[in-house]
Unconditional design. Structure first.
Length: 320
C-alpha cells in the first residue's frame, strides 16, 4: 500500500517535525515526509530536513497579507502532492480559505489539554490555575484557533516545584511520542474497512428512501421499500479473491467501464461476478480518495434504479 505524502509546516527549530520525520522511517509507518515548509527562511528545522534528504520550501511572510502568504504556501504543498499537512510549531494564524482547502487533512499539536488554554502561555496558565496536569493535544485544524476536534491527548503531571521551563521540557517529551502515534493512526484509518464502510454508509443513507442490507456477505444499499427495493451500491471487502476494498456502483455499460479502467487502473476495475452485470469497482482503500466523487457515483447509481417519483422529487429539491 502506497504511503500518504505528508508536508510539515514549521517556523523554528522543528523538534516536533524531527519526531514525525524519524517516525516515518519505520517501514510500517503509513506516511512519508515529502516537504518541510516554513514562513521563516532562517528556521533551523529547514537545515535538518535538508540534511535528512527531505525537500524544503520557505517564503517570508513579511510584507504580504495573510491570504497572499497562504496562497504561496498552498501552492508549495500542492506541488509536493501532499495528502496531509502537519503543523509543527508553525507560528502563523492561517486564513479560513487555506484551512478549508485542507479540511480534515491538516493536524496540529498544542501544548495543553484542550479545550483548556487555547492560544499562548499554556503552561503558565495551567500552573497558575493550580491544575494537577498539563499536557498536549493533537487536533484537526479548523478556522477557529485551537478549536478543531481532538484526536488524542497525553496528560503530564505538574510537580509542586514546576515552573514554565521544567513543565515545558516534560511536555515536549510527551509531544514527540503523541504526535507521531496519533498522526499515524489518523492516516491509517483510510485503509480500515470499518471506517470506509461508515463513510459510505453516511453518504448512501443520506439519499432519499435508502436503507442498508447485506447481500452475499457484502454490505449493500438499496433504494425503495424493504420488500421491493433495488440495490444501487455494494462494498466489496477483499471479496472473490480481490485484495482491495472497493465501492461497486452502476455504470452506463462496458464502453464506459473499459474507458475508466484504461484511464485510471489504480482506481477502477471490473469486479468479479458484478462486472458482467454493469457494475464498476471504485477502490477506496487508498490515499487521496475524493469523497465528493464517491458521493457523485452513489447518487448517479441511485438514480439508475430509483423510481421516477423519487428522482423527480430530488430534482425539484435541487432547484431550490
Amino acid at each position: 500500500m502506497a504511503k500518504a505524502r505528508l508536508a510539515i509546516m514549521i517556523s523554528g527549530v522543528g523538534t516536533n517535525m524531527a519526531a514525525l520525520l524519524y517516525a516515518s522511517r519505520d517501514p510500517d509507518c503509513p506516511y512519508e515526509v515529502v516537504l518541510v515548509a516554513s514562513n521563516n527562511p532562517d528556521a533551523q528545522g529547514l537545515k535538518l530536513a535538508e540534511a535528512e534528504g527531505v525537500a524544503t520550501f520557505s517564503h517570508a511572510h513579511k510584507g504580504l497579507s495573510r491570504e497572499e502568504h497562504d496562497t504561496t504556501m498552498h501552492a508549495a504543498l500542492t506541488e509536493a502532492k501532499a495528502d496531509y499537512v502537519a503543523l509543527a510549531g508553525y507560528m502563523r494564524i492561517l486564513s479560513d480559505e487555506f484551512v478549508s482547502k485542507w479540511a480534515e487533512r491538516m493536524v496540529n499539536i498544542h501544548p495543553s489539554l484542550l479545550p483548556k488554554y487555547k492560544g499562548l502561555d499554556t503552561h503558565q496558565r495551567a500552573i497558575d490555575a493550580g491544575d494537577s496536569h498539563g499536557g498536549c493535544s493533537v487536533h484537526l485544524v479548523t478556522p477557529e484557533l485551537d478549536d478543531g476536534p481532538v484526536l488524542d491527548q497525553t496528560p503530564v503531571a505538574i510537580l509542586p516545584d514546576d515552573d514554565v521551563h521544567s513543565l515545558t521540557e516534560r511536555v515536549k517529551i510527551a509531544e514527540y511520542q503523541l504526535y507521531a502515534r496519533t498522526l499515524s493512526d489518523y492516516i491509517a484509518r483510510e485503509n480500515d474497512p470499518d471506517w470506509i464502510q461508515q463513510k459510505v454508509d453516511g453518504i448512501a443513507l443520506s439519499l432519499p428512501s435508502t436503507h442498508a442490507r447485506e447481500s452475499h456477505g457484502a454490505p449493500g444499499w438499496r433504494v425503495g421499500s424493504e420488500k421491493s427495493g433495488k440495490f444501487f451500491a455494494y462494498l466489496s471487502v477483499n471479496h472473490h479473491g480481490e485484495d482491495r476494498v472497493a465501492l461497486l456502483v452502476k455504470c452506463s455499460g462496458p464502453d464506459e467501464m473499459m474507458t475508466l479502467i484504461d484511464q485510471e487502473p489504480e482506481i477502477y476495475h471490473k469486479p468479479a461476478y458484478y462486472g458482467a452485470s454493469g457494475w464498476i469497482g471504485y477502490r477506496l482503500d487508498r490515499q487521496g480518495v475524493d469523497w465528493d466523487h464517491v458521493r457523485q457515483w452513489l447518487e448517479r447509481s441511485w438514480r439508475s434504479v430509483a423510481p421516477k417519483s423519487l428522482t423527480k422529487l430530488m430534482d425539484a429539491a435541487e432547484e431550490f
